[in-house]
Ligand binder design. Structure first.
Ligand code: ZN
Length: 359
């Protein structure tokens, strides 16, 4: 399937829709000193390109390195630094409460919800108070390692899901209006969270396991659970989670580079990313559409959204080079037969509803 042509009407529809993305790693670039108000070399997001791509907001994740357990103090320092950077960048607006979303939309600002990916260093419910005070409004329970109270996906289980302290932490998040995010959680953790949660929960950047059998993707049972809780799955754009063959090829290249003594880090500009770009056939956009279609068939269009993982991945599907290509996704969803209202919900309406409910 080729890309559908972008008509003026389609571009206008995309521009008018509230486009909100569940997860990006751009905050890490900002903290490393890159100025988001300028067009940056490489990567996927900056303010000029957000405007071109009709990107109205997203969850900007800070990442807490689990090596050594993660430090809450360092995380809070990063949060304060990033918040200050956003607050002094015209065109970006921090979202702390629902009316900030409305104001961002009214002023044409990009809405920035601060998230934390991996609750390393968060060990007790009282730690959640400090995150909330700092401006964090979404917490991805785990990244690629277990926390002291929740199991991550893809590893030998440690707790068998969410511990009792984990339940206390979840309930404190709900009390403060911090959105719990199940991407990277083990299925057992996600099940426990859905059973204990009283408010909507999201999976900010994952695919569906029925299309690509990867532990980072959600099985149908969890998609149904997420929808019953009123939540949203943001579909990730990373080719390795979207397509099993692509994942196998990336790992084979990683092993070869390792044997050669090269850097095998999964950074956007590393040796692995370069070798993958040269050697592996890109995943077609239609594969991404398959994840959307299956998620919609199980959870309903009211429970599916975007979860790009822009600036955090080494490969994107063919034709989606950065945020400027988002209108192509709108065109593809429309060409797949979705009604305009459903496309608007998926582009950002669903995330906006949940943020309005929870914050
Ligand atoms: Zn992630």
């Amino acid at each position: 399937m080729g890309l559908p042509p972008l008509s003026d009407e389609l571009l206008e529809f995309h521009r008018e829709a509230f486009v909100f993305d569940g997860h990006n790693d751009t905050a890490l670039r900002a903290l490393a000193g890159e100025d988001l108000s300028h067009r940056l070399d490489g990567g996927h997001l900056d303010l000029p390109r957000m405007r071109e791509g009709g990107f109205d907001g997203g969850i900007f994740a800070l990442w807490n390195d689990p090596a050594g357990g993660g430090s809450l103090d360092r995380l809070l320092e990063d949060t304060a630094r990033f918040r200050e950077l956003v607050e002094r960048t015209p065109g970006l607006r921090i979202v702390l409460r629902p009316r900030d979303l409305d104001m961002a939309a009214a002023e044409g600002d990009v809405a920035v919800v601060i998230g934390v990916e991996g609750a390393y260093g968060v060990e007790r419910a009282d730690d959640v108070d400090r995150l909330h005070d700092a401006g964090v409004r979404c917490l991805t329970l785990t990244w690629m390692a277990h926390t002291t109270w929740a199991d991550a996906s893809g590893l030998r289980p440690m707790h068998g899901g969410l511990t009792r302290e984990g339940r206390r932490i979840l309930s404190r998040m709900e009390r403060h209006g911090i959105v719990p995010d199940l991407s990277h959680s083990a299925d057992s953790t996600a099940r426990d969270v859905l059973a204990a949660a009283e408010r909507p929960v999201i999976a900010s950047h994952s695919g569906v396991r029925r299309v690509a059998d990867h532990h980072r993707n959600l099985p149908d049972e969890l998609l149904e659970g997420l929808a019953r809780r009123g939540g949203v799955l943001g579909i990730v754009f990373f080719s390795g989670y979207l397509d099993e063959g692509f994942w196998v090829a990336c790992n084979a290249i990683g092993r070869r580079l390792e044997a050669e003594g090269a850097d095998t880090g999964w950074h956007a500009h590393g040796a692995l990313a370069r070798a993958v770009a040269e050697e592996v056939e890109p995943v077609p956009l239609v594969r991404l559409l398959e994840h959307f279609a299956h998620a919609i068939s199980i959870a309903g269009a009211e429970h599916v959204g975007l979860g790009s993982d822009f600036d955090g991945v080494i490969a994107l599907p063919e034709g989606l080079d950065d945020v400027r290509d988002l209108p192509k996704l709108t065109a593809a969803l429309t060409a797949a037969g979705l009604a305009p209202a459903a496309v608007r919900s998926i582009l950002g309406g669903n995330f906006r509803r949940i943020l309005g409910e929870i914050l």
